[in-house]
Structures are given as structure tokens and as C-alpha cells.
Design a protein around this ligand. Structure first.
Ligand SMILES: [Zn+2]
Length: 410
């Protein structure tokens, strides 16, 4: 069978056109969900979809869809896309690549007069980033029934403007019946946002899932004291104790499994003065692992070890769980299609687990889903110097084309 290939120049031009909508001073993007800039980008995307003859519609979360009919229009559609909103100091590729690559797939099919068995729909999900309206992934989470519509509409940004009002203002408030509802598979192309693919010089990541995580909050109580009058031997310094615990947490994680990740990203010492021994310290622990049972074991051992070590030195300790989310496993058939397509095109490809959340995570609750990753230079993302090289953008989009085509012919 003839191998279709995307139009490299056209793909890069679409990304360039998006790069000037909400630009920041140093080459990034500031295109918060449902902002004026987001509306300009949505208008352009809508125009592009209409030029390709797609049936454009929006749902009650403002998710935008463009549908290309297949031979059997009663068959469930293949859904492809990502998000066009960005962080306030975001990059040009996060999310944008997935939506504009989906559009490029449609353009290639159209110019080659390819008829697919199933319909294909492309999608731009609302507020993936969660930078303006927290939590993230409200559009995909809304249609996956993770969040109720009332809850989503009531969320306010920092200026007190609600999601519901702001959505209405953009003109992209649609209806519930327009949600993606008869879907065969969901596929999303995205930049990796981490350093792994670049480090191993791998072109394509076949994403197997999104790893689960646990957030703990640890509170250590000792005695606050005067820095000048209390001998070291007579102190109960909660910060010193915490620093030993942080070292322990890292040892536990690497001993149990080398793929465990632990991060202490937030720490507060009280009373927090230069000349005071800390009487109390509160710190966070973020634990991640692709395997839920190993992650749960790491959390359990951290809890036990910290409690024992606090007790042995007479410190008070409370450990509370702030949040837990299980690992999502993507559809094995999509992982295999990605690997086959990469092999066919002579691109190097490895299986990889996503460390970050994506719309595919929530879509996977309602339809078998999958993701394709391309390398991020220096692993940088959510910043102005986020970069994926042109060749990688092109390779990723070619794989998206192959996978979409296979799924829509089955
Ligand atoms: Zn993203």
C-alpha cells in the first residue's frame, strides 16, 4: 500500500501561525484558556477546519470538534487531538502540536482523496493546562464525567471570572449532545516534556500509560529554641530531623525500585526566623511509579520508616495523604500500531510512560486511548524555551497519520 506522508512545510507553517497568537517576549506563548488570545486561535482553527470541509461543532465544555465522514458513518469515529491553550509562560508546542498535527492528517487525507471506513474527528480540548482555571484537563475531564458541568462552570480564575461566563463570551459554548460520544479510539501526539527520548536518541515514544502518584504531607514537631543560647546537644531541631528524613526517603525509593520517583518540592520551617531553631517543619512528598503496587509499597515504607525514626529521637510526626491517583494504562493495540509505524518508517521507537497528565488520561476512562511522544530538547516544557526540532515534529505527525489511518480502516 502507498505510504502517505505529511506536508512538512505546511505543518511547520501551521505551528508558526499559532506561535504568533499570544506571544511572550522570549519566544514562548501566553494563551490562557478562554482568553482573548485563545479565542483568536480558536477562530483560526475553526476556519482551517471549515476549509478542509470538516463539520465543525462545540460541546458544553467548549471542546471543539471537526468531523470528516467515513464510508460507514454509523461506525464509531477515531478521535485525534490535544489542546491549544498554554501556560502563562508556556512554549509553542505543548498541546499545539497534537491539534495541528491532527489537522495536517486531515489535510493529507483530503488531498489524496483517501476514504476511510470510519469517520475521523479532530479535537481541541478546553483548559488542559489548568493555568487559568484549576484543576487541569477540564474539557476532557468534563466529557469523561470526572467533573460535573456545574462544578466546571463555577470555577473562577484569579480575577473572579468564572469558566462558565468566560466560555460564553468566547462564542464557543456548545451543547451536551455535541460531545464526543460514539468514539472507537482516541489518539494524541504530544511533546515528551521530559529528557528521556532525547537522552537515548529515540525519535518516537510509544506511550504505555500515565503513571500514578501519591502526595503526602509530613509534619515534624520538635522544640523551637534560641539560636544563641541552646547548645546543639540540647536541641530538638525539626529542620535537622527533616533533612535526615529527606535523605531517608530518597534511599527508600531507590532501594525498592530504581524507577521510583520521590520529590520534596515544598518545605516550610516554623517559626522561620534566622535566629530560631525550627520547632516545626512541614514538607511535601510526591511519589510516582508506573506500577501502582510498587508505588503503594514505597509510600508504606516511607510512612513506617519516618514514624520509627521520629519516635526513636522523640519527635512528633503526622503524615497525611493529600492526593492519590492510579496509573492509567493505554490501549495495547495503539502502542503496537505506533511501534509498527515507526519500524516501517525507520524511526527509532521505545515504549515510555508519561510522567505528566494529559487529556488522553481522562479520555482513557471512556474510550481506549493512546499517545505518541516526540523528544523535548533538554526536557524543557511549560517555559518559553520549550523546543522540539522540526524533524521530530514531522516524524511524530507522520506516525499520527499512520496510526489514525490504521484505526480508521479497521
Ligand atoms: Zn499538553
Amino acid at each position: 500500500m502507498l505510504t502517505l506522508t505529511i506536508d512538512n512545510k505546511r505543518l511547520l507553517q501551521s505551528i508558526k501561525a499559532s506561535s504568533i497568537i499570544g506571544p511572550t517576549q522570549n519566544g514562548g506563548l501566553n494563551r490562557l484558556a478562554l482568553s482573548d488570545e485563545d479565542k483568536v486561535m480558536r477562530d483560526l482553527f475553526k476556519q482551517w477546519m471549515e476549509e478542509e470541509g470538516l463539520q465543525v461543532r462545540y460541546d458544553d465544555f467548549g471542546n471543539m470538534y471537526g468531523r470528516r465522514e467515513g464510508i460507514n458513518n454509523d461506525d464509531a469515529a477515531v478521535l485525534v487531538g490535544s489542546h491549544l491553550d498554554t501556560q502563562p509562560n508556556g512554549g509553542k508546542f505543548d498541546g499545539v502540536l497534537g491539534v495541528l498535527a491532527a489537522l495536517e492528517v486531515i489535510r493529507v487525507l483530503n488531498e489524496n482523496n483517501i476514504k476511510t471506513k470510519r469517520p475521523i474527528e479532530i479535537v481541541n480540548f478546553t483548559n488542559e493546562e489548568g493555568a487559568r482555571f484549576e484543576p487541569p484537563m477540564l474539557g476532557s475531564g468534563g466529557i469523561a464525567n470526572i467533573f460535573s458541568r456545574d462544578f466546571v462552570y463555577s470555577i473562577q480564575d484569579k480575577d473572579g471570572k468564572s469558566f462558565g461566563e468566560e466560555l460564553e463570551k468566547t462564542g464557543y459554548l456548545g451543547t451536551e449532545k455535541n460531545r464526543a460520544n460514539h468514539i472507537h479510539r482516541y489518539v494524541e501526539l504530544h511533546i515528551e516534556q521530559g529528557p528521556v527520548l532525547e537522552n537515548y536518541r529515540t525519535n518516537i515514544g510509544a506511550v504505555t500509560g500515565i503513571q500514578g502518584m501519591t502526595w503526602l504531607e509530613v509534619k515534624i514537631s520538635g522544640h523551637s529554641a534560641h539560636a544563641g543560647t541552646t547548645p546543639l546537644s540540647m536541641r530538638k531541631d525539626a529542620l535537622l530531623m527533616s533533612s535526615k528524613m529527606i535523605t531517608l526517603i530518597h534511599e527508600i525509593a531507590s532501594q525498592i525500585d530504581s524507577n521510583s520517583l520521590v520529590t520534596i518540592g515544598r518545605i516550610s520551617a516554623f517559626p522561620g526566623a534566622v535566629n530560631c531553631v525550627s520547632g516545626e517543619v512541614v514538607f511535601s512528598v510526591d511519589v510516582r511509579h508506573p506500577d501502582d503496587s510498587i508505588r503503594e509499597n514505597v509510600v508504606e515504607v516511607i510512612r513506617e520508616t519516618l514514624s520509627t525514626s521520629a519516635a526513636s529521637e522523640n519527635f512528633g510526626i503526622t503524615i497525611s495523604e493529600l492526593w492519590e491517583i492510579k496509573t492509567s494504562h493505554f490501549s495495547e493495540d495503539i502502542v503496537c500500531l505506533i511501534e509498527d509505524a515507526a519500524k516501517e518508517r525507520n524511526y527509532s521507537c521505545e515504549r515510555i510512560i508519561s510522567g505528566a497528565g494529559h487529556d488522553a488520561k481522562y479520555m482513557n476512562h471512556i474510550v481506549p486511548s493512546g499517545m505518541i511522544f516526540v523528544p523535548s530538547i533538554d526536557g524543557k516544557s511549560h517555559c518559553e524555551d520549550e523546543l522540539t526540532l522540526d524533524d521530530d515534529l514531522i516524524r511524530g505527525t507522520n506516525i499520527l497519520l499512520d496510526v489514525t489511518l490504521s484505526l480508521s480502516q479497521s
